[in-house]
Design a protein around this ligand. Structure first.
Ligand code: ADP
Ligand code: ASP
Ligand code: MG
Length: 813
């Protein structure tokens, strides 16, 4: 005999029930079919009962919805000539249900016993309809009300099974029953007096296991809406995968810690009789599913799954009165037990100074009152503090039979959480060593589950979540580069990059599942208006692991937001130079935040676009070298301009062209005034370990005052035209001296300067082509022959690739 249980979604409507019948058609053995209520019906019935008891007339609306669902199913499933009979059968049930609800409304009260008498109609109605439908399609099918076989105590809402009585009745029933298929309602049972009880929410799985055990079935099949027990809840962790094999113990541990796919008590009855369970997907019957048996079949990974329980409250009892006083914990647990409060999590400090337990939020208020009352004497004497209540928490757990044989798993778990700024409130390791659990803030649960999943199951693949602000010239190239390299990075570096947000000055768009980069421009065009504050608050609210804020603007106000990201453990990658060249105090504050929160703050492209200048410098300093002197041409734009400016061109036209090619800042004055170069050398000086401010740098400007005094780009370009002869003279002078013009930045003996220089033929800067940059570092190790870094120092494509390199640095870290 095979026992098949179909969950609420599997029997949600006529269409799904037809799939169920297809599954049954392929079976050979005698079948027991256990069904849940149609999806959502149990909730509706509870709502109806509560409304009726609260004298809210809307209970009739809920009842109407329940009736509608079942009528629809009958109309679609049952042949016309038989519909009336089935409707008659159902109407008897629904009129009893209505009478019960009306009764609640009249007396304005709802006991647990009445609640069970009401919710049982969910399973009764569904099983009656499903039995009729199966009989019509396959034949030889009977219906049996589980309440006449499964006997429990009278703990209404979640009754305990009397297995002796139950097993006897089940055996007797199957001795008699000769149908090929028998359909049972799940979830419902009765006490010794024949009153309806229920087995707890999700209890239809348990019904199936009880019958499997009583009837000594060959297999228990749980048919649901996912293809087995996954390594984590697939609705929260997208990368989760079905587990092929799992032991009873592991499955029990996972379901106790929140894997709702299997109701926790289900394992117990079949474990005794060693009946295997298979979890299958009604909507994908060919998928393998999860096989649960006594054996632990290892796939090499000591961790089998990750789970969580939400809506947790932590109660802490502490005080000197607990030390050395035997029986304090016993008293605490007795108080909770008397209140019928289930304790999910326990830790006690070895000092015995405090005991901490985790319970469901719903029980928190009652627990606090009961505990404070029970310990009122100690509290009044000041030996114990009143019970501390912390709500809004959640428990996460990693589970696996073989965890006990592996060292370092908890270290791995907690360092992974720590790196992602998940604050851990309490920790417990089950005595069985089959699980390690921690209490964290509810807001962090998704991030925690995903990071842990990545760490334990995803072959060390790291997901990076990018929030990109500024998708202009450089930003566009950056996005395109990511799109091109995505697959390579995933396959070769095990880095999975997702762009969660993009914004330009007009629009912004967020997608928690990652924006499709093929058509991001259209997506952005059709999205909401840009708003920096909202962008930041959304980025924080997503609370995703390995989040990176990428600033590709040249905007001061954006540069002033970095501290907010770093403090939230969101890395910052920026090509915007403003932050690092602002007041030293701000610069060092950002560096400190990055250290304190262990969160990268990278700005390689602040100097020399994609050239690895800052990273090289960092490595020099980290390895103990000291920089004495820096000489550099750091402006790709100025280099381009002076390389192209000659007797055949005007200064105005060359500057214009540099702008069109994207080699200058949006405001070209920032380049031509030397401010941009000042910022760059300042950043190199600071990264070399010196403290300096921007106005400590001498700027010997080659620009006429009148050009620098303009207020917008149009006026500026007009002034370049007006002062054409000034620029021609500079060129002529250099040419006469057989020199080239280079805009040079220098640092030596603690002093820095920038300015245009005549560079003779024998100087390493003389042949600097196009928009190239060059930096010479004179250090302890590179004393006579400086360390030289040279290459393209401007341009959208190389800048974008420099930003990309910073992102990859974070991924590789
Ligand atoms: P049914 O109505 O069929 O009994 P449930 O809703 O009770 O189905 O259980 C299935 C659901 O369990 C899935 O849709 C999924 O959201 C949830 N779930 C939680 N943890 C896990 C897990 N580790 N693996 C699979 N599903 C899980
Ligand atoms: N219908 C019940 C519930 O929703 C039992 C079940 O579905 O397993 O909790
Ligand atoms: Mg279920």
């Amino acid at each position: 005999m095979d026992i098949l249980k179909f969950g609420g979604t599997s029997v949600a409507n006529a269409q799904n029930i037809k799939l169920v019948i297809d599954i049954l058609k392929n079976k050979k053995n005698k079948l027991v079919v256990v069904v849940s209520a149609f999806s959502g019906v149990t909730d509706l019935l509870i709502q109806a009962a509560q409304k009726a008891a609260a004298l809210d007339n809307d209970y009739k609306v809920c009842l109407q919805q329940v009736n509608q669902k079942h009528s629809n199913a009958i109309s679609e499933l049952i042949n016309k000539n038989h519909q009336e009979t089935v409707f008659d059968l159902i109407n008897i049930q629904t009129s009893q249900l209505r009478t019960l609800l009306d009764g609640c409304y009249l007396v304005g009260e709802l006991s647990l016993r009445t609640s069970d008498a009401i919710v049982c109609y969910g399973e009764l109605l569904s099983s009656l309809i499903v039995a009729e439908a199966i009989n019509q399609e396959i034949g030889n099918t009977s219906f049996k009300d589980s309440r006449s076989l499964i006997i429990t105590d009278d703990s209404f809402g979640k009754a305990s099974v009397d297995f002796e009585a139950t097993n006897q009745r089940i055996a007797a029933f199957f001795d008699e029953n000769k149908s090929q298929i028998v359909v049972f309602p799940g979830f419902i049972a009765s006490d010794s007096k024949g009153q309806t009880t229920t087995l707890g929410r999700g209890g239809s799985d348990y019904t199936a296991a009880i019958i499997a055990n009583g009837a000594n079935a060959e297999i228990l099949e749980i048919w649901t809406d996912v293809s087995g027990i996954y390594t984590a809840n697939p609705r929260v962790v997208k990368q989760a995968k079905p587990i092929d094999y799992i032991s009873y113990q592991e499955a029990m541990e996972l379901s106790h810690f929140g894997a709702k796919v299997l109701y926790a008590p289900t394992i117990q009855p079949v474990l005794k009789s060693n009946i295997p369970i298979i979890i299958k997907n009604s909507f994908e019957p060919e998928a393998k599913g999860t096989y649960i048996s006594r054996q632990t079949i290892s796939n090499g990974n000591p961790v089998k799954g990750i789970t969580h329980i939400d809506k947790i409250t932590l109660l802490t009892l502490e005080g000197s009165g607990l030390i050395g006083v035997s029986g304090s914990s016993k008293r605490l647990f007795e108080v909770l037990s008397n209140e019928n409060i289930n304790v999910i999590f326990i830790t006690q400090a070895s000092s015995e100074h405090s005991i901490c337990v985790g319970i469901l939020n719903d029980n928190a208020d009652a627990a606090k009152i009961a505990i404070d009352k029970a310990f009122s004497l100690e509290i009044s004497q000041g030996r114990i503090d009143p019970c501390i209540v912390e709500k809004g928490l959640c428990i996460i757990a990693i589970v696996g039979e073989r965890m006990k044989n592996h060292q370092g798993l908890s270290g791995k778990m907690f360092s992974t959480l720590g790196k992602n700024n998940v604050n851990i409130r309490a920790i417990a390791q089950g005595a069985s060593e089959r699980n390690i659990s921690a209490v964290i803030n509810e807001k962090d649960v998704k991030k925690a589950l995903n990071t842990l999943h990545e760490r334990f199951f995803e072959d060390n693949t790291r997901q990076l979540n990018l929030f990109v602000m500024g998708v202009g010239n450089v930003g566009e190239k950056f996005i395109n580069q990511i799109n091109q390299q995505k697959k390579f990075l995933r396959d070769n570096l095990k880095i999975n990059i997702r762009v969660i947000a993009i914004s330009n000055s007009k629009k912004m768009h967020f997608d928690e599942d990652g924006i499709d980069l093929k058509d991001w421009k259209t997506t952005l065009k059709n999205s909401s208006d840009a708003n920096t504050e909202k962008f930041i608050s959304n980025t924080k609210a997503f609370n995703l692991r390995n989040s990176i804020f990428v600033d590709i603007t040249a905007n001061k106000s954006v540069s002033e937001t970095y501290n907010q990201f770093l403090m939230q453990n969101i890395a910052v990658v920026t090509c915007n130079k403003i932050a690092c060249s602002s007041d030293f105090e701000n610069y060092s504050n950002l560096k400190n935040l990055s250290r304190k929160y262990n969160t990268p703050f990278l700005f390689e492209t602040n100097v020399g676009a994609g050239l690895p200048i800052i990273d090289t410098l960092k490595n020099l300093i980290a390895s103990g070298d000291k920089v004495h002197k820096i000489q550099a041409v750091l402006s790709g734009s100025l280099n381009f301009i002076f390389n192209n400016f000659n007797e055949n061109s005007t200064f105005h036209d060359v500057v214009k062209e540099a702008g069109v090619l994207g080699f200058t800042e949006p405001d070209p004055k920032i380049d031509l005034s030397g401010v941009d170069v000042m910022r760059k050398i300042l950043i190199l000086i600071r990264e070399s370990g010196y403290q300096m401010e921007l106005n400590d740098i001498t700027n010997e400007s080659f620009m006429p005052e009148s050009c620098l005094e303009t207020n917008n780009n149009d006026d500026f370009f007009a002034s370049l035209k007006a002062k054409a002869s000034h620029f021609e003279n500079i060129y002529k002078e250099a040419n006469d001296k057989d020199c080239r013009l280079k805009y040079v930045a220098q640092f030596e003996n603690g002093k820095a300067s920038v300015g245009l220089q005549f560079i003779p033929k024998d100087h390493p800067f003389y042949n600097l082509e196009g928009k190239d940059n060059i930096v010479l570092f004179f250090t302890n190790r590179y004393l006579d022959q400086p360390l030289l870094i040279k290459g393209a120092g401007a341009g959208a494509e190389v800048t974008a690739s420099g930003i990309f390199a910073d992102v990859i640095r974070i991924g590789n870290n």
